[in-house]
Ligand binder design. Structure first.
Ligand code: SF4
Length: 369
């Protein structure tokens, strides 16, 4: 049987209505059940005490709710909180909650591990363990609502573990669960999909009518440089990614983690300015998170400041982000790597990042890097 939390609210309503009818239950019960999935979630149906006990027991037996367990929580001195969730099959994924003012941005994972092996990313060192199901993706928000001190994220970014567009079917359903008023109800403009640019799935995302935001993990403005740090460019070259994002009727953000001597040279600056102007993109410059891949060095503060000024001089809107959660290894993948499952190898510490956006609405950042 399909997991009830893997269904959109509409599909769940249909499935539960049919099930209630088959049991001879009153039809109105469905209006009590569906809000308990996402709007006012319960960990177990047994906790929905407004329902008769027999019905709760039948629901827990036939429509069990997915459960992920908070295995680790680390709070940074800057307010960032990082969670490691243990999934029912023993895999683990991370989320990072980044508060700033009235905004609470949750950075969520879409895969356990990732097959793309970007040079600056801790998650990429794991390889792909498996795709997450829709409930495991949107469920990272749900778990915060179920916490003893509930937290409702105002913004969600797909910048945790995994490449979301390599898990498009599940991510598409999760986007509905995050956004639908009768599910988690987070505005589409407050939900950002961050991708390296998986071209076929970009076309699918562009067809969604909601105004989900798109961030491209660019990190280099030519294929030649990009291939050195992001092997995916061989399959989906930068030029094809740029063509695909032209189909979006909304502004795109370029994420650009600054790596000394690799992508912060003058020629990189000129190429990035040209690309950003052509795409009308906002550029987020990101410091390379400490603890990154050993051969990579962060650009100096001075170089980042010069890079930013010169980008602006070219007429590009650009922002230099600051790192968050430095004291808790908030680069995505770092916590998961630090705590492997039973019998697993410990992958080398590489790098993944979570940053914070002072001016743009949704916004942490790993160099999805
Ligand atoms: S940066 Fe993103 S796409 Fe690259 S390896 Fe890490 S998770 Fe995968």
């Amino acid at each position: 049987m399909t997991a009830i939390l893997d269904l959109t609210p509409q599909a769940a309503t249909t499935a539960l209505a049919e099930w209630l009818a088959a049991r001879g239950e009153a039809a109105y019960r469905v209006t009590q059940l569906v809000p308990r999935l996402w709007e006012r979630p319960v960990r177990l149906w047994a906790d929905a005490t407004e329902l008769p006990k027999a019905l709760r027991e039948a629901l827990d037996a036939e429509w069990p709710l997915g459960v992920m367990t908070e295995e680790t929580r680390q709070a940074s001195s800057d307010g960032t909180v990082k969670y490691l969730w243990r999934l029912p099959d023993g895999e683990a994924v991370e989320s990072v909650l980044i508060p700033e003012g009235s905004r609470r941005t949750l950075c969520i994972s879409s895969q356990a591990g990732c097959p793309l092996r970007c040079a600056f990313c801790a998650t990429g060192t794991m390889g792909l363990l498996r795709n997450l199901a829709p409930w495991e993706i949107a469920g990272q928000v749900r778990e915060l609502l179920l916490a003893p001190e509930p937290v409702k994220p105002t913004n969600v970014v797909f910048m945790g573990m995994g490449e979301p567009l390599l898990n498009w079917e599940a991510v598409s359903t999760a986007l509905t669960l995050l956004n639908a008023p009768d599910a988690l109800g987070i505005g589409a403009r407050h939900i950002t999909v961050s991708t390296v640019g998986i071209v076929p799935a970009l076309a699918q995302l562009a067809k969604r009518p909601e105004q989900f935001r798109l961030a491209i993990s660019l990190h280099a403005a030519t294929s030649e440089t990009r291939r050195g740090i992001m092997p995916v460019d061989r399959k989906y070259p930068l030029a094809d990614v740029m063509k695909a994002i032209a189909a979006f009727q909304r502004r795109v953000t370029f994420e650009y983690v600054m790596i000394a001597g690799t992508n912060d040279r003058d020629e990189d600056l000129v190429a990035l300015a040209a690309l950003a102007k052509k795409a009308g993109a906002l550029v987020n410059l990101l410091p390379l998170h400490p603890g990154g891949a050993i051969p990579l060095e962060p650009s100096s503060r001075h170089r980042m400041a010069v890079f930013l000024d010169r980008l602006k001089g070219y007429g590009v809107e650009a922002v230099l982000r600051r790192s968050r959660g430095l004291d808790i290894a908030a680069a995505c993948g770092q916590l998961r790597i630090a705590r492997p499952g039973p019998g697993e190898e410990v992958a080398p510490q590489a790098h993944r990042d979570v940053h914070e956006a002072p001016r743009v609405r949704h916004r942490p950042r790993r160099p999805h890097p």
